[in-house]
Design a protein around this ligand. Sequence first.
Ligand code: HEC
Ligand code: HEC
Length: 307
Amino acid sequence: MPSVADGAITPAVLPPWAPPASPAEVALGEKLFFERRLSRDDRFACSTCHDLDAAGTDSRTIGEGIDGKPLRRNTLTVFNAGLSATLGWTGAFSSLESQAMASIAAPAIMGADWREVIAKLQGDAGYRADFAAVYGAGPTPVTIARALAAFQRTLVTPGSRFDRYLEGEETALTPSELAGYRLFREIGCISCHQGRNIGGNLFEQFGLFIAPGAGGKQDDPGRQEVTGRAADRNVFRVPSLRNVALTPPYFHDGSAETLGRAVTVMARTQLGRSLDPADIDRIVQFLGTLTGEYQGRPLRAAGAPQE
Ligand code: HEC
Ligand code: HEC
C-alpha cells in the first residue's frame, strides 16, 4: 500500500512549467536531434551518442567525441532529462537549451562552428520552411536550441510499474520488488534519489563513507568545475534512477558494469553499509520496476530485439 513516505518519489509526468511546445516545434526538434549537419564535417548527431533505441545513451563506459578522443565522463540518457532541475554529472547546465548549445559547439563533442551550422540549415529549403513556420525566422543558435529542447521535453517515460504502484495499483510490484523498495527507503537510498526523477535534484559527494574504488581510482573535480569550491571536489549531481536497469555501465566514469555492482558500491560509499547478496538482489529488482514507456511501448535497452 503506498504510504506517506512514498511522497518522496512522485510519478513521471510532463513538467507543467515547460513552455507549451507546438507539435511543429517538437517535430523540428526531433529532426534536428538526428541531424548530423549540426556537427563538424557532418559526422555526429545528438542521436549518435543518445540512441533512443538504446535507452537514450551509448552503452559505453566512456564514449568518444568528434575529435576521436574519449569523452570526459559516461554518457547520460536524454530520457527524462527534462524532469531534472540541473543537467550533466556536475550540474553544469540549468536548461536543455544551454546544454544543447554547448553540445553542438564543444570541440570535444560535436565541434561545430555556428556560422557553418546556420549556413548549412539555411541552405536547406525544408529547414528554411520549418524554421519560418515555427519561429517566423531562420535558424539561429537560439531557435535550434529551443527546438531541440522542445523535442527532448517529450522524452518522458511514464507508465513504469513503480509509477503505477504510486498511483494506487497495489499489485504492480511483486513481493520481492516491494521488499527492495522498502529497503531503498529504510536504508536511506531515497534520501538522495528522490523527487519525480528519483534523482536529478541534489548534489552529493560520491564517497561519503568510503572513496569509491578506494585505492586506484582517480579522484574527479566533479562539481568543483562549476562552483570553484574545493569542498565540491568529487561532488556530483545525484543521477535519476528512471530506466536505470537499461543504462549500464554506471557512474560518472562508467566503472560499475552491472546494477548489482552499482548498488553494492552505493551502499558502501554513500551509506557505509555492506549489504548481503539477497538484499542487493531485492534492490536491483525494485530498480527494474522503474523502466517506463516511450510512445506507448516499454523503453528498450541496447541490442534488445525490435518488436
Ligand atoms: C559525442 C557524444 C555526445 C553527443 C554527440 C551529444 N552528447 Fe549529450 N551527453 C554526452 C555526455 C558524455 C553527457 C554527460 C556529460 C557530463 O555531464 O559530463 C551528455 C549529457 C547530455 C544531457 C544531460 C542529461 C542529464 O540527465 O543531465 C543532455 C540533455 C544532452 N546530453 C543532450 C544532447 C543534445 C541535445 C545533443 C545534440 C545537440 C547531444 N547531447 C550530443 C555525450 C554526447
Ligand atoms: C548521499 C547520497 C546518495 C545515497 C544515500 C545513495 N546514492 Fe546513489 N548516487 C549518488 C550519487 C552522487 C551518484 C553519482 C555517482 C557518480 O559520480 O558516478 C549516485 C549514483 C547511483 C547509481 C548509478 C546511476 C547511473 O546512472 O550511473 C545507482 C544505480 C544508485 N546511485 C543507486 C543507489 C542505491 C540503490 C542507493 C542505496 C543503497 C543509493 N544509490 C544511495 C548519491 C547517493
